[in-house]
Design a protein around this ligand. Sequence first.
Ligand code: 5AD
Ligand code: SF4
Length: 440
Amino acid sequence: MKDPGKLYVKTFGCQMNVYDTEKIYAFLQDSYVPAASEEEADVIILNTCSIREKAEQKVYSLLGRFKPLKDVNPDLLIGVGGCVAQQEGERILSRSPAVDIVFGTHNVDEIPLLLAERIREGKRICRVKEDTGKVPAAGAPRAMGSAGPTSLLTIMKGCDNYCAYCVVPIVRGREVSRSAREILDEAGFLAGNGVREITLLGQNVNSYRDPVTGAGFVSLLESLELLSGIERIRFVTSHPKDFSPELARSMADLSKVCEHIHLPVQAGSDRVLKAMKRGYTSREYLEQVEFLRQLVPDVEFTTDIIVGFPGEEREDFEGTLDILKLVRYQNAFSFRFSPRPGTAAAEMEDCVDADVKRPWLPELQELQNSITAEKHRDMVGKEVEVLVEGVDKKKSGLIEGRTRTNYIVHFPGDAALTGRTVRVRITDSRTIHLVGEMVN
Ligand code: 5AD
Ligand code: SF4
């Protein structure tokens, strides 16, 4: 039998892409094993993200760097998938002569066929399907190399919200949920293969609806709670406009649902939130935070923030700083506004000078870093439950895992504990993680 080839998939952007990358590895596992680096690969696939302009530019610069690899290995095949592929299509083939295959976000399961076609017929291929509104193919078999105690599980694709700045509805299409039956089967399969924690994925999980029974997200959580083997359930992303009191109650009642929620606020000014078409005010957002804190006192919040939206003034920006101070997020992912083709915000006039706005993002990040540091220091001395995810690659001898509340903890221990839940006393804090020691 012929030796399998080597496959290298580079992932950009969000968790959705991480999941698609796992699917690509899984779809190709009969013919390809993972390559340790781009240099030794027979097939390189870039799974791209177009949420901000920078991410898109990175793809083109990387493709330029791959050209010499083709001189060394003339059989090397290069594929480009993900959101940039969906939006740019043929333009990638004309801009980057090294690319063999371009495939869209609705064509991931065709990748084995596309590779075979390219090898057989020798022609470069662009296959970008329009959104069909069809439910995505069931999660692929568990990917090689990614087996571990935690796993992502897609419950829906697409998004119907059309926030003014966001390219997701354009590149990922309309919102479509998978059936609960399919999701439970996949979760059961994962549990049988050693997975202890699942993270349910969707652009807006709170609007999940089983296409067969019509049951909503809380009902899905209740079913997953009953699945033996799975110890922890997480979910991303929650849209504040759909975050219901019922979901808050289920987070309190269901023992496997973790005490962490990613609740993107995007901005703290009602004027900006309205222009963004987010569908909530800062006050409504803060009320939700308060309500959940009352039901789940140790819950931790994380968020996404966009700084410098068209027309955002200093006063609006200060509203965002106020939200950070009031909520005290564990972590905030913050981005400078980036106009994306095809979105409403790309057409909006901006009366505020770019030079005025430039220092706002570092200012916000400095504030958040100080809040994160304080929260980390407050954890010192506490005893927490950690699900061990494996060895910490940088610090030999230490293993790492997460608390239910989403803190990363490094501590001395045996790699054989991977997949086990242990009690750890926090002894020190670092920028990104905490340090601890196991207790009996
Ligand atoms: N510019 C800057 N940030 C953006 N995001 C989405 N679109 C844009 C854009 N055009 C951010 C939002 C979203 C996160 C995934 O990326 O904060 O929640
Ligand atoms: Fe984009 Fe808004 Fe949908 Fe999130 S909810 S994916 S920000 S359109």
